[in-house]
Design a binder for this molecule. Sequence first.
Ligand code: FNR
Length: 362
Amino acid sequence: RAGRLPVADDGGGGVLSELADSRERARAALPREVWDYYEAGSGDEVTLGEAEAAWRDFRLRPRVLQDVSRVDLATRLLGTVAASPFVVAPMAFHALAHPDGECATVRGAGDAGCLTVVSTRASRTLEDIGAAATGPWWFQAYLMRDRGLTEALVRRAAAAGARAVVLTVDTPYVGRKGRVSGVRIAVRDDQYLVNLAQHLVPGAVAREAAEQDPSMTPDTIGRLAEVSGLPVVVKGVLRGDEAARCVEAGAAGVVVSTHGGRQLDRVVPSAHALPDVLEGVGGRVPVLVDGGIRSGTDALVALALGADAVLVGRPVLWALAAGGAEGVREVLHGLAEDLRHVMAVAGAARPDALDRSMVTTA
Ligand code: FNR
């Protein structure tokens, strides 16, 4: 009798098909307008459409004869230690995906050994999120027109357990998204900008006070570090010279990001902006990247180019919608296992064994 050889020893259809399933389950579970809000990009959605493919523009130059019998994904970022380099990107209103909102996300991510970045537009209070967290979390801030609001929030985040502030700088105005133009999403009052309510002056309208301040300049970086006592990481940088300007203004890290294709359309994809930003930063601070990261191989390319970690956006919302905290744990675990596998096959037993020589343009 013929022996049976495993054709694909991956326990299933691989991480991409798991993500595709989870995406379809989320689409079926979510109201149409929420699904569109999650999916949408700005403008003609050119940037949105290019994000995933851009990671495939690189080719790997693997090492051989390395001992890869154990692959350790442990990642240290500004004193925060995580079991894997996958980080949950900050995204608004998780309660639209699941009733436990960010409390479920932070629990699922923590159980997978991952760091979570919690959005200013979270639908649960920072204190509840801090109490639910089973792993490290950072707080994403916008500088709002009412600057006192931002300062109050970063102080509260620090008290609730956040270990860094991520200041998003690519949003002087919110990008126009044709897919959801004129569409209203019903958000319960107790889930809409819950973290702002207690800091508003009587009579102030949350929506107006919480608009991004388009006059923000680099001194905000130092100011938020001072107020919060935390390192400030700047998110939404696509040029080396701008990244250098942030570092010189006191940024403790930089996130290369197109905001998931939701801000300026037709910007260079994150994958292609990353090398320039790394050069501008020159190793002075950690560099993270997001946009279209959907597999261990995408992460492998990013880490080999020189990123210290990768953020994952929409797949976490799909998993949250379809499976709550357990869904979030599973998707992040699946991505980490996929990365562990491709790192082994590429001859790298630890993220710091990856370097620029292992990747070339296609
Ligand atoms: C976002 N993103 C985002 N970024 C941020 O700094 N603050 C925020 O509140 C939000 N909100 C938000 C909502 C939704 C529905 C999405 C899809 C995205 C951007 C996010 O942090 C990240 O940059 C991208 O989502 C990463 O790209 P992928 O993984 O979604 O392709």
